[in-house]
Design a protein around this ligand. Structure first.
Ligand code: LMR
Length: 394
C-alpha cells in the first residue's frame, strides 16, 4: 500500500520545536514556535483559565455531543469580542473550529466549494500553514507583496497595486493584526484603503485573527477586522483563542461567516456544518467552554484582560530591550524595527545560513526565515543575545 507514498514535508515551525526540545545544551534560547513565555521561560496556564476550568470541573454534568456548530455561547461571545456589534447578527453565522487552524480549514473549504480552483492571494511572506490549508481546499495560491525588506515595514504601495488588480472571483487572505511572521502591521488608514480597494474590485476577504490583544489592545487590534466586516457585504473571519487565552493544545477557535443577507448566511452555515461533519464530526469543547465561562463572567473577564495586558506589555518591553541592546553595541539603528513592530513576531532579515549558525553554535533557535518570537527573549540575558546576534551577522 504505502509504496506509492513519498515523505511529506513537515511544517518547519514544529520541526524546529522538536529540535529545540531535543537540544541538551544549558542556556538554549527558544525564539521559535509562537507560544507566549513568562519570565521563567514557561508557557503558563492563565489564572482566569485555571479558575474557569475548576468551575467547569465542579459543575459540568455531561459530555454528550454539543452538535455540529459547537458551543454557540462561545461563538457568540467571540463575535462580540472581535466585531463589537458592527454587523447585524442576522447576517452572521458561526461554527467552532478546532483552533484557529480548524476555523481556517472550514472557511477555506467553503471558499473552495464556492470558487473551485479559485485564486487566493496571500501575503508574501505569511504563516507557512496558510499555504497547505488553501491548497487542500483546492484553491490556487497567489501572493501579494507585503514586507519591505529594507524598511522592515509594510510595502503598502506594492500590496495595494496587486489588490487593485483583483477581480470579484478572487479571495484575499488578510492577517487581522500582529502579522505573522513579519511583525509589521497595517495602520488604520491603510486598512481603510485596503477596504476601499476590496469594495472597488469585489475581491473577497478572509481575515485570520489569531493574535487579537497581542498588538496594541483588544479594541485597537480589532480595527481592521471591524472595518472589513462593517464595510463589505460579505466576509469570513477565522478567530483563534490559542494565544490570547493560552489554550494552544485545547484547539478553541471560531469560524465566522458574514453574508449579504440572512438567507445566504444560512446556506453558508449549512456548508460549514457539512464540512465539519464530514471531517471531524464535532469540534473539541473544553477550550471553547473555558473561554465562554471567562467572557460571560465579569470578574473572570477582568482578570483575563489584565493578564492579557501584562503579556502584551511584557512583549513590548522585550522588543525595546533587545532593540536598545543591539543599538548600544552596534552604534546603528539597523535593528530598531524590532521595537517598532507589534504582536508576537519580528522578521529579523537574517540569511538562512546565519540562522543555522546561531542554532548550531549558540543554541539560539528561530524559524529559518529569521522570524523570532519576542516572548522568548530572555529578559535577563538580552545583552548576551544581542552580542550573539551581532557576532553572527558580522
Ligand atoms: C506559530 O506561528 O508559531 C504559531 O502560530 C504556531 C503554529 O501553529 O504555527
Amino acid at each position: 500500500m504505502f509504496e506509492t507514498l513519498k515523505k511529506a514535508t513537515l511544517d518547519k515551525i514544529f520541526v524546529l520545536m522538536a529540535e529545540y526540545a531535543a537540544d541538551p545544551r544549558d542556556g538554549k534560547i527558544d525564539l521559535g514556535v509562537g507560544v507566549y513565555k513568562d519570565p521563567g521561560n514557561n508557557t503558563p496556564i492563565m489564572s482566569a483559565v485555571k479558575k474557569a476550568e475548576q468551575r467547569i470541573l465542579d459543575t459540568a454534568k455531561t459530555k454528550t455531543y454539543k452538535g455540529v456548530v459547537g458551543n454557540k455561547e462561545f461563538s457568540s461571545a467571540i463575535v462580540d469580542l472581535a466585531l463589537g456589534g458592527v454587523v447585524d447578527k442576522s447576517r452572521i453565522r458561526t461554527v467552532n473550529g478546532a483552533g484557529g487552524t480548524g476555523a481556517l480549514m472550514i472557511l477555506l473549504q467553503v471558499l473552495g466549494r464556492a470558487r473551485p480552483g479559485g485564486r487566493i492571494f496571500i501575503s508574501e511572506p505569511t504563516w507557512p500553514n496558510h499555504i497547505p490549508l488553501a491548497e487542500n481546499a483546492g484553491l490556487e495560491v497567489n501572493y501579494y507583496p507585503y514586507f519591505n525588506t529594507t524598511t522592515r515595514g509594510v510595502d503598502f504601495d506594492a500590496m495595494l497595486k496587486v489588490l487593485d488588480d483583483l477581480t470579484s472571483d478572487d479571495i484575499v487572505l488578510l492577517h487581522g493584526c500582529c502579522h505573522n511572521p513579519t511583525g509589521a502591521n497595517l495602520t488604520n488608514a491603510q486598512w481603510d484603503k485596503v477596504v476601499e480597494s476590496l469594495k472597488r474590485t469585489g475581491a473577497f476577504p478572509l481575515v485570520d485573527l489569531a493574535y487579537l490583544g497581542f498588538g496594541d489592545g483588544l479594541e485597537a487590534d480589532a480595527y481592521g477586522v471591524r472595518k472589513v466586516a462593517s464595510s463589505l457585504p460579505e466576509s469570513l473571519i477565522a478567530f483563534s483563542a490559542s494565544k490570547n487565552f493560552g489554550l494552544y493544545r485545547e484547539r478553541a477557535g471560531v469560524a465566522i461567516a458574514i453574508a449579504k443577507d440572512s438567507e445566504t448566511a444560512d446556506v453558508v452555515s449549512s456548508q460549514m456544518q457539512n464540512i465539519i461533519r464530514g471531517t471531524i464530526s464535532q469540534t473539541p469543547d473544553h477550550g471553547a467552554e473555558v473561554v465562554r465561562v471567562i467572557l460571560e463572567d465579569k470578574e473572570l473577564r477582568a482578570e483575563w484582560e489584565a493578564e492579557l495586558t501584562e503579556m502584551r506589555e511584557r512583549m513590548k518591553r522585550l522588543r525595546v530591550k533587545l532593540a536598545d541592546a543591539i543599538r548600544q553595541r552596534s552604534n546603528s539603528k539597523d535593528f530598531d524595527f524590532i521595537a517598532e513592530h507589534s504582536g508576537m513576531f519580528s522578521l529579523l532579515g537574517l540569511p538562512e545560513d546565519v540562522v543555522t549558525k546561531l542554532k548550531l553554535d549558540d543554541a539560539i533557535y528561530m524559524i529559518n526565515d529569521s522570524r523570532i518570537n519576542v516572548a522568548g527573549i530572555p529578559e535577563d540575558r538580552v545583552g548576551e543575545l544581542a552580542d550573539k546576534l551581532l557576532a553572527a551577522v558580522r
